[in-house]
Design a protein around this ligand. Structure first.
Ligand code: COA
Length: 349
């Protein structure tokens, strides 16, 4: 014993999710792509998704979800805003300062996190670190994506999977033993496989190459089959490591909330972990893969549907481009704000 007090934990106190009103069904996609409702449902588990209207972009989605999370946490200020996104407003500057300003939080720390579909958990880890280091006592963590702006409408492999939306949480300094405390976090990456998920054009690599970009290189590209295999292996390993660090067995998990990459990937991971189907949460059928927004949107949906409540032991895990992966655990808190019903219309909080 060195007598030092343990650093404060980040405790979940607020949650909000927001989806743009426009719904695109599989049948809508069939009208413009060589695909079918049956193919999309059987290979991805998706039946519809939400997409922004022209003129809307990531910051607007982030502000909606962020405001709902702040409200559910009782309002008030935060010391730091973190936005995880694959679709920043612009290449420079970051989106988070703009989101903070629109939320009336000018002056607070604000930065973006770029880890594609793992972005929310990486952003949460950043919040955990800021709180543990005493840099912040209350942090707003947002995952927001306008994927429809980076998806090639002619690429049937990606156009059927990815969609728009935003989810957010508020975490506050508290005790590691209290419900809502974010557990040990496992983070990893493998940049040797950075070509599996990429937007090749627009960054310094392409700009300094002297080569003009092909039009399709401005869009998100994915080697789907390779991604599938790595997603199952890496997410399972990260989730197992997070369980071990928390001192939990798979059987202790009341609710597994995996990043909604693809329904088949989620069930393969659940099977590998030995978590039965009835303890897994999913909403990909209604929202598609919303990348960094996926986990907080799923949290909000699962609470709203009554499948996640106080005392539930929760496992979160994600995988994405980079490659990146992450996982953590928490016991669901009882705070009133986290039990709000689904927000009417297009949002979930
Ligand atoms: N509609 C109809 N056919 C499609 C299609 C679509 N939307 N997309 C691809 N196909 C075709 C392919 O062209 C291929 O045809 P071919 O055999 O004539 O060449 C066939 O379906 C099988 O393609 P394949 O890529 O092997 O299919 P799959 O079973 O692996 O499913 C994905 C494709 C993209 C659904 C799957 O690879 C996947 O889910 N990958 C991971 C995606 C993901 O989760 N990414 C995010 C990670 S965070």
């Amino acid at each position: 014993m060195n007598g030092r007090a343990s650093p404060p934990a980040a405790v979940l106190t607020g949650l909000g999710g927001w989806l743009p009103p426009r719904v695109v069904t599989n049948d809508d996609l069939v009208r413009r792509l060589d695909t079918s409702d049956e193919w999309i449902r059987s290979r991805t588990g998706i039946s519809r998704r939400h997409v922004i209207d022209p003129g809307m972009s990531t910051a607007a989605l982030a502000v909606e979800a962020g405001a709902l999370a702040l409200k559910s946490s009782g309002g008030g200020d935060v010391d730091s805003v973190i936005v995880a996104t694959t679709t920043p407003e612009r290449l420079c500057p970051a989106t988070a300062p703009l989101v903070a300003a629109r939320l009336g939080l000018t002056g607070v720390a604000a930065h973006d996190v770029s880890a594609v579909c793992t972005g929310f958990l990486y952003a949460l880890a950043s919040a955990v670190g800021q709180i543990a280091a005493g840099l912040a006592r209350r942090v707003l963590v947002i995952g927001a994506e306008a994927y429809s702006t980076i998806i090639n409408p002619l690429d049937r492999q990606t156009a059927v999977i990815f969609a728009d939306g935003a989810g957010a949480v508020v975490v506050e300094a508290g005790s590691p033993d209290e419900p809502g405390a974010i557990g040990p976090m496992v983070l990893g990456s493998d940049g040797e496989l950075s070509d599996l998920i990429t937007i090749p054009a627009g960054g310094s690599q392409q700009r300094s190459s002297g080569q003009p970009a092909r039009p399709e290189d401005h869009y998100f590209q994915m080697r789907g089959r390779d991604v599938y295999r790595h997603a199952v292996e890496r997410t399972t390993a990260a989730a197992q490591a997070a369980l071990e660090r928390a001192g939990w067995q798979a059987g202790d998990v009341d609710r597994f909330l995996p990043h909604q990459a693809n329904a088949r990937i989620c069930s393969a991971i659940g099977d590998e972990l030995g978590i039965p189907a009835e303890r897994r949460a999913g909403n990909i059928d209604r929202v598609g893969n919303t990348a960094a927004a996926s986990i907080p949107l799923l949290m909000a949906d699962t609470v709203a549907s009554g499948l996640l409540g106080p005392g539930d032991r929760v496992l979160l895990a994600a995988f994405g481009g980079g490659l990146t992966w992450a996982a953590t655990t928490l016991t669901w808190p009882a705070s009133a704000g986290l039990r709000q019903p689904t927000h009417p219309g297009s949002s979930t909080a």
